[in-house]
Ligand binder design. Structure first.
Ligand SMILES: [Zn+2]
Length: 187
């Protein structure tokens, strides 16, 4: 960030009084520009024993498969965000959504809130951000063409533990030096 979004003056990186970490602070009006993690809402949606997946038509990871998920918009609930992404990416009709897992990615300052729900109809079709969409049984999942580690992790948990385990899944993803990702389950 170079300029203040309030007055347009330059910003400096400094620790504001009473704070304990560096922020972008406007040189003119003194506004502190806080930057915080982004929330991503998504869903594991099933029709019988099959899971809805979308082939990405956008970067990053163009052409790889994912679960419907995306950044929350302002003024919506996390449930609404998960449902909206399912509708936008796969023209899906999600039923009731319940929280499946919370996954932190500190290295990219993102938090994934993943839901589980049943589809009300097996009619799905690609939205603008998807090349194709499909319903996959466990042995049909394109495991070697998954877009993000969190998607693989969710699918593994889902097929291993089922839709409703005793508690919400919790994990923290760390990126290692070789760009592999390590997953710590939080309890
Ligand atoms: Zn300013």
């Amino acid at each position: 960030m170079n300029f203040c979004s309030h007055c347009g003056a330059a910003v400096s990186r400094l620790i504001p009084p009473g704070d304990n970490r560096e922020r972008f602070v406007c040189d003119e009006c003194g506004l502190v520009h806080y930057q915080n993690p982004n929330n991503v809402a998504g869903a594991i949606l099933t029709w019988k024993d099959r899971v809805l997946m979308c082939k990405r038509a956008i970067e990053p990871q163009y052409g790889l498969w994912t679960l419907p998920a995306g950044f929350m918009e302002n003024n919506e609930s996390v449930h609404q965000a998960a449902a909206r992404e399912s509708i936008e990416e796969a023209r899906a009709q999600p039923g009731h959504l319940s929280l499946f897992g919370v996954f932190s990615m500190p290295y990219i300052s993102q938090v994934y809130l993943m839901f589980y729900g049943k589809l009300l109809s097996e009619q799905v079709s690609p939205g603008i951000e998807s090349l194709e969409v499909g319903l996959f049984a466990r042995n049909e999942i394109p495991w070697d063409q998954i877009a993000f580690p969190v998607v693989s992790h969710c699918l593994e948990l889902f097929f291993e533990k089922g839709a409703h385990s005793e508690r919400v899944h919790q994990a923290r993803f760390n990126r290692l030096a070789n760009r592999e990702v390590e997953i710590y389950t939080e309890i």
